[in-house]
Design a protein around this ligand. Structure first.
Ligand code: AOF
Ligand code: ZN
Length: 372
């Protein structure tokens, strides 16, 4: 593989990214077809249920693809799903060589796509820029293998670890650009989840206010169904879907919420609170592959303790609020000893003007007595 191969695969990766937020729970995929050192077709999976990236590239061909190379970020599928197998289209168009980034862990495809092409005489080069390609579909890989949503905990705090001042004021902690980034981030997840405390304190909308982006399903963890019927979330349930998860329910309130078009899921744990593990199982079953968890502190701690969080994204603003009563991002009981801490691995540091975005992968969330 040489420099040109890298350039074409990088192009396929860029194309794949355009589908972000639109293909869930399916993957984002980009493909580039090259003949005699020129791109003769390129495309990406743009919408859930639409043509796969490979077929989009083929559809865009400007000349016959016979003898051409295809660079594709994910192993081509070989099954009949919503669309016919991409391997068939590749063979029909007599593409000679297929360069694949990620392997597809979908049991219907895993290894079979590449094998089907090889058997038909196509040269297949696998694992090319695999790490970069795998980064594109972390959510898909997690969801297709576990059927559980990929949960990302996100919060913004000051340098002294506060998410609000001592009076509860939190607008704003980070700058405008970092806040814009959060809006774009929300678009990439199928669900956005908060605890009832956040709804009672801030009466948030939890939608995406940018043109051309979609809003996630709003999921509220509300053990005792305290959500006010006149909260902005409830009032806009017809426009942006809402799921309220409760523990010990209240059938009258439940009925009122259902009448407003809200889905109520009752998943009590032994203490009558929301059983987050069970909730994730049910949300995964509904096709929700990804959730952005936006607090508050109690829910964040329960989520870490329940082991449902895969990633943590922290915005850090160059401010210090101070104040004994000022809220912090993770509360609950917390760890008793440093060795019982939730353990994370730093993956990325991004500077956004004066703010920082720190991205971590969760290694051990519920070790020792953390959260117990
Ligand atoms: C996509 N887009 O570009 C590629 C996919 O439900 P279907 O029939 O659209 O098939 C979905 C599966 O196809 C998906 O889980 C993945 O394994 C494979 N490849 N899917 O949505 C694409 N290349
Ligand atoms: Zn396909």
């Amino acid at each position: 593989m040489d420099k040109a191969d890298r350039v074409y695969m990088e192009r396929a990766i860029e194309l794949a990214k355009r589908g972000r937020g639109w293909t869930n729970p399916n993957p984002i995929v980009g493909a580039v077809i090259v003949k005699n050192g020129r791109i003769i077709g390129e495309g990406y999976h743009a919408r859930y249920g639409g043509l796969h990236g490979e077929r989009e590239a083929i559809r865009a061909l400007t000349e016959p693809a016979e003898g051409a190379d295809m660079y594709v970020t994910l192993e081509p599928c070989c099954h009949y799903g919503k669309t016919p197998p991409c391997t068939e289209a590749i063979l029909e168009h007599k593409i000679k060589r297929v360069i694949i980034g990620s392997r597809d862990p979908n049991p219907m495809v895993a290894g079979k796509g590449a094998e089907c092409l090889r058997k038909a005489g196509v040269i297949v080069e696998a694992d090319f820029l695999r790490e970069e390609c795998d980064q594109l579909n972390r959510v898909f890989f997690h969801y297709i293998t576990t059927k559980l949503p990929y949960v990302v905990m996100k919060y913004a705090m000051t340098l002294d670890g506060k998410i609000a001042t001592c009076t509860g004021a939190s607008k704003w902690i980070t700058g405008e650009e970092a806040r814009g980034m959060v809006q774009r981030m929300r678009h990439e997840y199928m669900g956005i989840m908060v605890g009832i405390g956040t709804v009672l304190a801030d009466d948030p909308m939890l939608n995406v206010r940018e043109e051309g982006r979609k809003s996630p399903i709003r999921i509220i963890c509300d053990s005792r169904l305290r959500i006010p019927l006149d909260s902005r979330i409830c009032r806009t349930a017809g426009q942006y879907p809402v799921i309220v998860a409760c523990g010990t329910g209240d059938s009258e309130k439940e009925k009122q919420l259902i009448d407003m078009g809200i889905q109520v899921i009752s998943v009590p744990d032994s203490q009558g609170r929301v059983d987050l593990g069970k909730l994730m199982f049910l949300l995964g079953g509904q096709g929700i592959d990804s959730i952005l968890l936006e607090g508050g502190g109690e829910l964040n701690e329960s989520a870490l303790a329940a082991g449902i969080v895969q990633e943590v994204k922290v915005f850090v603003a160059p401010k210090i609020f101070g104040g004994r009563e000022a809220k912090s991002p993770v509360t609950g009981l917390g760890a008793a000893l440093p060795e019982e801490a939730a353990r994370l691995a730093l993956e990325n540091v991004v500077r956004i003007r004066e703010d920082l975005l720190l991205e971590y992968k969760v290694i051990h969330a519920n070790q020792g007595s953390f959260g117990k």
